[in-house]
Design a protein around this ligand. Sequence first.
Ligand code: NCD
Length: 309
Amino acid sequence: MSGWRRKDLLAIEGLSRDEVELILDTAVAMREVLERPVRKVPTLRGRTVLLLFFEPSTRTRASFELACKALSADTVSVAAAASSAAKGETLLDTVRNCERMGVDGVVVRHRASGAAAFLASRLRVSVINAGDGTHEHPTQALLDCFTIRERKGRVAGLRVAIVGDIVHSRVARSDVWALTCLGARVVVCGPPSLLPPCPEALPAEVTSDLEEALTGADVVIALRLQAERQAGPFLPSVEEYARFWGITEERLAAAAPDCLVLHPGPIHRGVELDPDVADGPRSAVLEQVTNGVAVRMACLYHLLGGVAR
Ligand code: NCD
């Protein structure tokens, strides 16, 4: 029906360019739905999606919920702190119980890398990874690519600099796979302590020279310092990070004049992004959020739009 063949969306690594482009092309149609006076279509009427968030989330959770509603799917939300996980139930037991109540798909965010794949291998219903530990956050990368494609008209051939806490960032990993799959040249940059220990595992240039990374960049993606995943002193101080690694207008002088600035949020203003940049004309951070709903609608449509299981 849709050209999409996978039961689950767990990672960008391993997706083909056709699969990534299929989702981005579908998201164009979904955004058109969201621009109508009545932002709702009956596509997934009668389907129920379980939103299972075991880590804090604002954008991802709200946009999955809005995406479900725009497609007329019902949602059930379970937050870790208020669930039986807090009483010692395993993740698999929690989800199997929900599956037996009749959900058709599961959107899961969890602090453990591999949690979404673990569930997907044990459930009959579709699983969408909404961020698993430091591994991947595929829908964020898809909405980043969508935003870049909308603003720049293409992704292929662009130079993209991803700056910040690369080693702990699932967004960086998914972005690198998605952007290179679409033909962009990607450089990841951060303090040496926040770069991946095996850089050759990612198809990107790796550098600790910020000026080099920003020179000629068409897109700059700043990342949040993942304090909750930094088990140890990775940085002398947040102030020092802001001083040496924060993206400011002065530093962006090295980038292409029409360079686009992205951030997945939540932003630490004045740390990863100077407020003048975050709110300036090159920033697309709020467009990313708007596009996130359309991209998640596209993912839900392809994963759940087939015959009911
Ligand atoms: C990201 C995440 O949770 O991985 N946020 C998001 O989904 N918008 C990035 C982050 O938390 O730094």
